[in-house]
Design a protein around this ligand. Sequence first.
Ligand code: OAD
Length: 257
Amino acid sequence: MSPGPPDEEVLERAAAGIGGARRVVVLTGAGVSAESGVPTFRGPDGLWKSHRPEELATPGAFARDPRLVWEWYQWRRDLVGGCAPNPGHRAIARLQAGRPDTVLVTQNVDGLHAMAARETGAEGARILELHGSLFRVRCARCPWRAGRREAVDATSEASLPRCPECGALVRPDVVWFGEGLDREVLEGAFHAGREADVCVVVGTSAVVQPAASIPLATLEGGGVLIEVNPERTPLSPLAMATIRAGAGEVLPCLLRA
Ligand code: OAD
């Protein structure tokens, strides 16, 4: 996975930058969970290589075939349910435990950051889940929403869960293509981006908006970017340090301060 050991000098410079920062924001994407066994979206084995997003992750797809959409989401819930946080998630949780004003903004819906925070004693950590969670559901019609880890039976449309308030179908509480993000969560994320003097960007291809613009808010506020990703991204040329390594491999060292 890793393209060779990361450059020690770059790593030291980046670690010193984080250690000396007044305020840190961390933005993560699917790559931070890759070493836990959760598939990413793009890349050779990515979810969007074998599944068409417009058939599975849009409000139109759910209206057309809710059973198919739930079958796919239950498959992902099963897959993620068997995964555990890796050293990368735990290093971020330790950073948040030690520096409680650190905000973590994640595009991931796998809940592994929250699990790592609980395991690390960082329960109060501020984790903004921009794209929702696989383990929450909401009504497709009314404002009802709730946590749900219990499996969804997607054998037929009749077996799908229904809203206890209005009887409409219940859907995953994740953001689908063509939908807006939760306003409060988004404002919190951009505020954290602007306030930070260091934004650590981990495991995201940085092509999905508005998430990819949060690091730009840090730059506009006079802060710097540090990127952890085995591959180059559109943010790489803007970063003061780019660490070409896996998150689980390098974050424990990078965030030790
Ligand atoms: P992507 O699949 O687009 O990108 C994953 C990134 O992780 C790539 O840049 C990889 O190089 C990098 N990567 C792979 N292994 C890594 C490792 N071990 N350590 C660090 N980085 C690694 O995933 P995202 O950028 O998260 O949205 O995708 C953003 C959004 O697109 C997702 O939240 C999802 C998707 O459509 C929705 O579903 C709304």
